[in-house]
Design a protein around this ligand. Sequence first.
Ligand code: SF4
Length: 287
Amino acid sequence: MAKVQDFNSPNFPTWCPGCGDFSIWGSLKQSFAELGLEPHQFAVVYGIGCSGNMCSFVNAYGFEGLHGRGIPVAAGIKMANPDLPVMMVGGDGDILGEGMGHFIHACRANHNLNIVIHNNQVYGLTTGQTAPTSEQGMKTKSTPHGVIEEQTNPIALALTAGATFVARGFAGDIPHLVKLMKAAIEHEGFAVLDVLQPCVTFNKVNTYAWFRERVYKMEEKGYAQTTKAAAIEKALEPWHTQIPLGIFWQEKKPSYEDSLPQLKEKGPLPTRDLSKIDITPLYEEFR
Ligand code: SF4
């Protein structure tokens, strides 16, 4: 059985010392090992950004997509090989900025994918510009007078768009993060895991200390998943004062892949017997 270190590539991460990306990287590898996955048994698609650099640091099938386009690539891989667990790892700028449309439509479709959002409230790789998750009024390199737009709430967005697993973790609590990651990987359907991940170099507001004063685990406060409305209400708790962690919502629904008649037959597309498929009617239509 693979051990945590078997998921290391020969390259050591180049992230800034103390970056929350280290915790996510470690939690992913630990989750893979604890779930009994081998490096050849799953695929990870990465976005562009500091988080996307993880593609070089994980020993598994990896693909670094165009900025914001990781989700459609992941969905394509899943449809080509429905047996393969597929994850997409990206930053808040990548997934909720350039990739916002893909994110919403993938929630609606309930693709059988696991999405991990490195949410550090800035664009880190490009040195600290505002991201969709920056708080209104926050001063960044690109918003010297403060952010004008509303802060995007990935949890509320995923819940209202139809994701069937929605959770939030914190890079400062690895055991809890591993628990959430394993649950997300095992979920059948579109799983969104928002991870609060301090960017220690370019976000001097949302630091580890800032989060530690505010985060709490919903399961320790008696939260039970009752209705979607209650989950949304939790997601909308004021960011300034309290930030809930844990699973907001999980439900069972047929995934997009389950609903495609072409994928009823099991196994990767290249291994299927094409001799039984008659394309004559299609050919006649376009002749
Ligand atoms: Fe991490 Fe920020 Fe450094 Fe990027 S710039 S590696 S997000 S601390």
